[in-house]
Design a protein around this ligand. Structure first.
Ligand SMILES: CC(O)(O)NCCCCNCCCN
Ligand SMILES: [Zn+2]
Length: 670
């Protein structure tokens, strides 16, 4: 299993800049690269990465995307006078040339390809290339938007040609639309291009009609181009997560890529003069985490934009720290997506419902939207939109430093019955260093009126000992094999340190009844995925999800996780995630590992898994997920049961009054 995070950087790429006055280009400065790299060095993150050398791309590699005449023309720029450079630049939009930019553009492509090599060969698990000039606007025969060669588009073609990658997912979280990437792959079903971008009904650069949500791809590529327009500025963390949960992730899992490329532009972060958004740098820790179980963890992030040097550096560090496997910060005080984003989400899901079975039950668009689309009527302000920051200059915007993300010395502790081997790299946790006898007596009092079953008592004490170490941040997460998961659940809720249990996300997988006293204490949000219809006890904190084919239904299970469990979990923001595998759940191993992987984005990674002690076969795979190994690819998901999909939509509609992140449709009133 590949491990390690590649970092590609070469200061040569800082050696070009704008040589004349051009207000459109003055933000693209060499310091963008130096502050990013210096922040990685200063925080010690660079030293934890595998440094991979940058190289120049060859002509052949550049010609994977660009035309010969364009390449030949760019080749002449190093020898041009200033006047010639300015004249040459005139033919393109919002970009500038420099005698050294051709060299740097070859290095940017070369760095990207070196990153693809190191991930595809398993030299590393994932990585990031800090490059300039950026790439996602450049086209076959044109430079655009500070871009000369399309780094990520070439990287995708290269991965397919050299490594036989079948399906490549490109996630473009830059605040601008990477039209160059869209043009490159719009008829190609092997490359799924996802981009969100500031659009404001075509009033924002590059002002293209084809950047809207109804550009879904062409011919065989129909369905493989996803555009999410931000029709307002001031988008926040909740808006970004809502789009991941209700657009990108369900489709990405259905697409099942064997490589993920991220056009990692950080001009979508707060303080950026271009984006004018309000999402904070720590959101990139979560966006990265949510992509890391795709493609067996093969993820290549390539820098695109980012023009506020402070939020750029912080966002780069947040991204790299997650790639390295550190715990994610708490997704603090998330609300729901704003009305404008709800409309965009609804529109893009509706435009794609015919291509993706996970979107099949998207409610039809309100007539008003369709007419507005054809009349291109600008959206009427509903007044409850987040205030744009126009009144303050971007430099004046301030936000809190992202919180420190400390790594507990032990990643995974296990409480196992005698005779069960401790999975590699895990630390056995026993109550030998017994928790205070007070706890012991309390447990004894709770569970053993009559006979004292020593073995069970010890197991429960081991469990509490593990949780006490988790509460002290000595241990990040844990796995316990117990005789009776229901008893163990109750014991955890009653005896674990309150710092962990004052808000517990309890995820139960498989049939069986969960002790109701657990869900009545107000400290727990229970999501129970099983094959049985709810016994009507549905409430804000008790969410039964019924899969008619049971937990063995991979497609249904994943859609319930991505479109319901994760939004709930992020909005609830628990201090502990208690993941319980009920006896005979029938859940398939790789789905279980996906779940254990994805849930670690919550509670700073404090996940406790409870399983029946006879499930020793699953201890290894579960431990590897808890240790941060990417879950195996699920393969092409089967079709979703329409009853399950409809039930999921109904459940979301029922719960969205309490849980705003579950909203997927613009309210029908307008
Ligand atoms: C890589 C990228 O996506 O960040 N390039 C952005 C290009 C923006 C062009 N317009 C600038 C106008 C200045 N107000
Ligand atoms: Zn950008």
């Amino acid at each position: 299993m590949a491990a390690g995070t590649a970092l590609l950087y070469d200061e040569e790429m800082t050696k070009y800049k704008l040589l004349w006055v051009d207000p459109a280009c003055k933000i693209e400065v060499p310091e963008r690269l130096t502050v990013s790299h210096e922040a990685l060095v200063r925080t010690g993150l660079a030293a934890r990465c595998v440094s991979i050398a940058v190289r120049e791309a060859t002509d052949e590699e550049i010609l994977l995307v660009h035309s010969e005449e364009y390449l030949e023309a760019v080749k002449k720029t190093p020898y041009m006078t200033l006047e010639d450079l300015m004249a040459f630049t005139q033919q393109y939009g919002d970009v500038y040339f420099h005698p050294n930019i051709y060299h740097c553009a070859k290095l940017a492509v070369g760095a990207t390809l070196q990153l693809v090599d190191s991930v595809m060969t398993g030299r590393v698990r994932n990585g990031i290339a800090l490059v300039r000039p950026p790439g996602h606007h450049s086209q076959k025969s044109a430079a655009s938007g500070f871009c000369i060669f399309n780094n990520v588009a070439i990287g995708a073609r290269y991965a397919m040609q050299k490594y036989g990658a079948k399906r490549v997912l490109i996630v473009d979280w830059d605040v601008h639309h990477g039209q160059g990437v869209q043009y490159c792959f719009e008829d190609d079903p092997n490359v799924l291009y996802f981009s969100w971008h500031r659009y404001e009904h075509q009033n924002f650069w590059p002002n293209l009609r084809e950047s809207d949500y109804d550009s879904v791809g062409k011919e065989k590529g129909a369905g493989f181009n996803i555009n999410v327009p931000w029709n307002k500025v001031g988008m926040e963390n909740s808006d970004y997560l809502a789009v991941f949960f209700h657009v990108l992730l369900p489709v990405a899992y259905e697409f099942c890529p064997d490589l993920v490329l991220v056009s990692a532009g950080f001009d979508s972060a707060i303080g950026d003069p271009e984006g004018k958004m309000c999402a904070t740098p720590d959101i990139f820790a979560h966006l990265t985490h949510l992509l890391m179980n795709l493609a067996g963890g093969k993820l290549c992030a390539v820098l695109e934009g980012g023009y506020n040097l402070t939020s750029l550096a912080q966002s780069v560090c947040q991204t790299v720290q997650t790639l390295l496997g550190d715990p994610a910060p708490l997704p603090a005080d998330l609300g729901g997506p704003c009305e404008s984003v709800l409309k965009s989400i609804h529109c893009v899901r509706s435009a794609h419902k015919q291509y993706w079975s996970c979107l099949k039950y998207t409610a039809d668009l309100p007539a008003s939207e369709l007419s507005a689309k054809s009349l291109k009527v600008a959206e009427q302000k509903t007044g409850n939109e987040p205030e744009a920051q126009e009144q303050r200059s971007p430099e004046e915007i301030v936000w809190p430093e992202p919180p420190k993300r400390l790594c507990p010395p032990v990643r995974t502790a296990v409480a196992l019955p005698e005779g069960v081997a401790c999975p590699d790299a895990c630390k056995r946790c026993s109550s030998a260093e017994a928790p205070s006898s007070l706890v012991l007596n309390r447990i004894r009092g709770d569970f053993f009126k009559e006979s004292e079953d020593k073995v069970t008592l010890t197991a429960l004490c081991d469990l509490i000992a593990l949780l006490e170490r988790m509460a002290k941040n000595e241990v990040r997460n844990g796995l316990a094999l117990v005789q009776d998961v229901s008893m163990a659940m109750v014991c955890v809720m009653q005896h674990a340190p309150t710092s962990l249990t004052n808000r517990v996300l309890l995820v139960c997988v498989g049939d069986g009844c969960v002790p109701t006293r657990i869900t009545e204490d107000g400290k727990t949000l229970l999501v129970h995925i099983s094959s049985t219809e709810a016994q009507g006890q549905k409430s804000k904190h008790c969410v039964p999800v019924c899969l008619r084919k049971g937990c063995s239904d991979v497609a249904g299970f994943m859609q319930a996780v991505l479109g319901l469990l994760l939004p709930l979990g992020y909005e609830y923001n628990p201090g502990l995630v208690l993941l319980v595998r009920m006896p005979g759940s029938g859940v398939c191993e790789s789905v279980w590992q996906q779940l254990a992987g994805l849930l670690q984005g919550l509670a700073q990674g404090h996940t406790l898994v409870l399983m029946q002690e006879n499930e020793t076969a699953s201890a290894g795979p579960t431990a590897s997920a808890l240790l941060g190994s990417p879950a195996p690819m699920l393969g092409l998901l089967g079709n979703l049961l329409s009853e399950d999909l409809e039930a999921l939509e109904t459940l979301r509609n029922t719960l969205q009054a309490d849980w705003k992140l579950l909203q997927v449709n613009a309210c029908q009133q307008n």
